[in-house]
Design a protein around this ligand. Structure first.
Ligand code: SF4
Length: 354
């Protein structure tokens, strides 16, 4: 589940294909059958979130556009329309790659105008999607942030994040670094159809387990909770129990959103796979993007009760200490807000989505 505000470079891009970025080449490769990579040299990388006063972070970095994880409900889909690309299969298969992301980030972090604010990654599309296996942009990005002592957070469904686990652990032990894994359910049948390009829920739980074992606090964004398909009490219980067993420091539930771009695609999927549920969805969502408040409160309450029952809470962070720069960051997660929500140690991203 992505950040639900079209707030970064995708909306700021100039009209037309890829805005002001320079397209260097387009690549189809047998290794990634069905996926086309559009390699661009981006003009800027660190992006300000418009209207960030309501959010716990103000700056994002997104090295990719489009996402081969292909979640049917993904509300970043509509950002592909800004690139003159299709928001359905085009979003899943036409991936824009900012090949100069690490060098550009180093340059931007080094300017006098940058003051070390928190940078959130994975807020638009997944920075550990399959393309990252080919382009390896994240190691350079993490190194640049670590060298500058810049706090950051990563939200992902990708197990590829484990490739960079050592670097993330080093950064987390030195300062404010958060990782959140997105996992809305553990039902394998639902996963296969609604998140067809993602690693399985069990493999994502392995990410939580492995990073936690390395002293990196990992929260789980339990999103989306899918009405009528993933929200039964026993399903919520099974999911929260698995998240707790993996060692997550927090769990933050979020009911399915059906914003324009994702809504049409999701309802088409529903019609194909569960047509009997269409009236129920129309009853719950009407013409809107959000489930009603009573529904959201019910899901949140159930998950928080289960989290308390299974003892989800903070783990010690071996070797953790905060640099002066990190202490000064106003994007540092607000623990009291998390505790008020019945959680402990939420990341900036999770607080945002509460
Ligand atoms: S993993 Fe990719 S497709 Fe799935 S919700 Fe996140 S950005 Fe969208």
């Amino acid at each position: 589940m992505r950040w639900n505000n079209l707030s970064d470079d995708d909306r700021n891009a100039a009209p037309g294909l890829f805005g002001t970025d320079v397209v260097t080449r387009t690549v189809d490769t047998p290794e990634f059958r069905g996926i086309t990579f559009h390699e661009v040299r981006a003009r800027s990388l660190v992006n300000r979130v418009p209207g960030a006063s309501r959010m716990p972070f103000e700056w994002t970095v997104n090295p990719y556009r489009g996402c081969s994880h292909a979640c049917v409900y993904c509300f970043a889909r509509r950002t592909h329309a800004y690139l003159d690309l299709d928001t359905g299969t085009g979003f899943d298969s036409q991936i824009v790659v900012k090949v100069n992301a690490p060098e550009l980030l180093r340059k931007e972090l080094a300017t006098g105008r940058w003051h070390g604010q928190h940078i959130a990654m994975g807020t638009n599309v997944d920075c550990y999607q399959r393309a990252e296996g080919r382009y390896r942009l994240m190691p350079g990005i993490i190194d640049a942030l670590t060298e500058h002592g810049n706090p950051f957070s990563i939200l992902t469904k990708g197990t590829l994040v484990l490739r960079d686990a050592e670097a993330i652990a080093r950064a987390a032990h030195a300062g404010d670094v958060g990782v959140s894994v997105s996992l809305g359910f553990v039902d394998e049948r639902l996963w296969r159809t609604v998140e067809p390009g993602t690693p399985s829920p069990m493999r994502r739980l392995d990410v939580v387990r492995t990073l936690t074992g390395m002293g990196v606090p990992v929260g789980v964004l339990m999103a989306p909770v899918v009405p009528f398909l993933g929200d039964a009490p026993d399903q919520l219980r099974e999911t929260v129990r698995a998240i707790a067993a993996a060692g997550a420091v927090s769990v933050t539930p979020l009911a399915l959103h059906l914003r324009p771009g994702a809504r049409e695609w999701f309802l088409q999927w529903l019609d194909d796979h569960h047509p009997e549920l269409l009236p129920s969805y129309h009853g719950l969502y009407g013409d809107g993007a959000y489930a009603p408040r009573w529904y959201q409160r019910r899901v949140t309450g159930q998950v928080h009760e289960l989290a308390a029952e299974y003892g989800i809470g903070p783990l010690p962070r071996p070797g953790a200490h905060r640099s002066r720069r990190f202490r000064g960051s106003r994007e540092t997660p607000d623990r009291s807000a998390g505790q008020a929500a019945g959680q402990n140690g939420p990341t900036a991203i999770q607080l945002t989505l509460l």
